[in-house]
Design a protein around this ligand. Sequence first.
Ligand SMILES: [Zn+2]
Length: 243
Amino acid sequence: MNKHAITAQEREQILHRLHTTTENFAKIGEAFNRSPWTIKRIAQVVGVSAQGRDSYSSCTSCGAGISWHNKSGRCQPCGMKHLNSDPKERAKRSERLKRAYQDPEKLRRARLRIKENFRVAMENPEKRERFCSRARERFMRNVWSPEARAKWYAAQPHTLEKAFRTRFAWCPPEYLEQYRFLRQTKHLSYPQAKQIILDEIRVAKERAVNRLSPFERQEIALQKGAGLTEGYSRVTLGGVRRA
Ligand SMILES: [Zn+2]
């Protein structure tokens, strides 16, 4: 834009244009390499109406008239929609909020504010109805429609298996067979069977840590020719011949 002061001659030409045409300020401004604000100011001084001259173009999304003040090329609602649909902008916003809400006091206040806003809105029957009908609609569409339900089931083929895995997170798979045996053949309760298995796991772990159990150590000692302790001479160990 031309930064120089307007000459008398230029001013005359602009005035002439304003009086003889209905062109908007931006259009005239373009012709004289001046901003629409400059033209508007001149028009105001001489009392030329701004009626119809403020609008410049139409919203690129919906076609509504927008002013030459507008920089985005969209009307306000379309501009918001556009911003909301921009993943970059949303990420930026989310980042900003996350940072702000790291402050517990801010988070507390925001929660209260949202809750209060919602409460007030729900007191308005019109808003309440709109909210409820939208919620119903969303529910029917995203949760209850045959497609949504089919999708949900398809996504959870292992619901039972998952529940089982959660309940038996304590039980390594190699012990499941034993668990079944304890429950179904021995008719033990879940806690009893669990306790037995857990004990076995603990013993097995200790064995793994010590590498050898006392029994194994005894066995090896016997193989090396160690005798049995006095008083335990009649103890027999599987596979160990009596002396
Ligand atoms: Zn629009």
